[in-house]
Design a protein around this ligand. Structure first.
Ligand code: B1M
Length: 204
């Protein structure tokens, strides 16, 4: 199995190549963990790092994510059979009153790419939605906001989960580390790849 070829195909967003390589790997009974850990997850990490350094842009991240998803769809039954446990369960949603979801979707993609089980709550999420996800096992709640008018809702979410084991992390264009500190959030990231790295710190 050519792990480098698969990695490159994911990074370049060559969905058909990814599909063909993963199908061949399945036929050759390559270990699904090797496919993920030696090829596909590092591919997403590297493009995420380039995105963080402004060396790759949203469209490149999106095509890579689409190619990654094509591979993951083929691997899903094998992942289930292999008993591979997700690294943790993360609920993500854009906060109440806010309908922007492009950044939130990128964060969800990077988290999935990093091996987490992601519960995507969509947009306009109130506390009840985050709560429901926590009842379904989410250990971390990730909130996204793009509007200065919806930022304050993050404070309500943070206060709601204060004193519980649930960690609340936040991000979005108007959000800063200072704001995260001010409202007592457990973490902040300015971009999607950073969000995956931030989540890693809770499971280290
Ligand atoms: Co809206 N919009 N919009 N909009 N929109 C902004 C945000 C705005 C800055 C434009 C402007 O005026 N210059 C402005 C907000 C101003 C402010 O609050 N001060 C604005 C406005 C005012 C509005 C409306 C109110 C307009 C109106 O109707 N009058 C309205 C609000 C609707 C609502 O939400 N209730 C509105 C609507 C829309 C569209 C529907 C048309 C569309 C959204 C489509 C969609 O998301 N499906 C839209 C868009 C596209 C934008 C802009 C142009 C682009 C946003 C975007 O997708 N960026 C935006 C202007 C801009 O940002 N230049 C704007 C790309 C995306 C990859 O970046 O979301 O920042 P971003 O995500 C990043 C990071 O922030 C981070 O990671 C991502 C990847 O690196 N991140 C996280 C995000 N979430 C995270 C969560 C984490 C961690 C990191 O958790 C831990």
């Amino acid at each position: 199995m050519d792990f480098e070829a698969l990695k490159t195909a994911v990074q370049k967003g060559r969905r058909n190549d990814v599909t063909a390589l993963v199908k061949t790997a399945i036929e050759e009974k390559v270990d699904v963990n090797d496919l993920l850990d030696r090829s596909m997850i590092p591919a997403m990490r590297e493009i995420g790092d380039r995105f963080s350094r402004n060396e790759a842009y949203v469209p490149e991240l999106l095509v890579a994510a689409r190619a990654m998803q094509a591979g993951l769809t083929l691997l899903e039954p094998l992942i289930a059979e292999s008993g591979r446990e997700p690294r943790g369960k993360i609920a993500i949603g854009t906060v109440k009153g806010d309908l922007h979801d492009i950044g939130k979707n990128l964060v969800a993609i990077m988290l999935k790419g990093a091996g987490y089980h992601v519960i995507d709550l969509g947009v306009d999420c109130d506390i009840a939605k985050y709560d429901e996800a926590v009842k379904n096992g989410a250990q971390i709640v990730a909130c996204s906001s793009l509007l200065t008018t919806t930022m304050p809702y993050m404070k309500e979410v943070v206060e709601h989960f204060r004193g519980t084991p649930v960690k609340v992390i936040i991000g979005g264009a108007p959000i800063t580390q200072e704001y995260a500190n001010e409202i007592g959030a457990d973490g902040y990231s300015s971009d999607a790849n950073g969000a995956a790295k931030l989540v890693d710190t809770f499971f280290a």
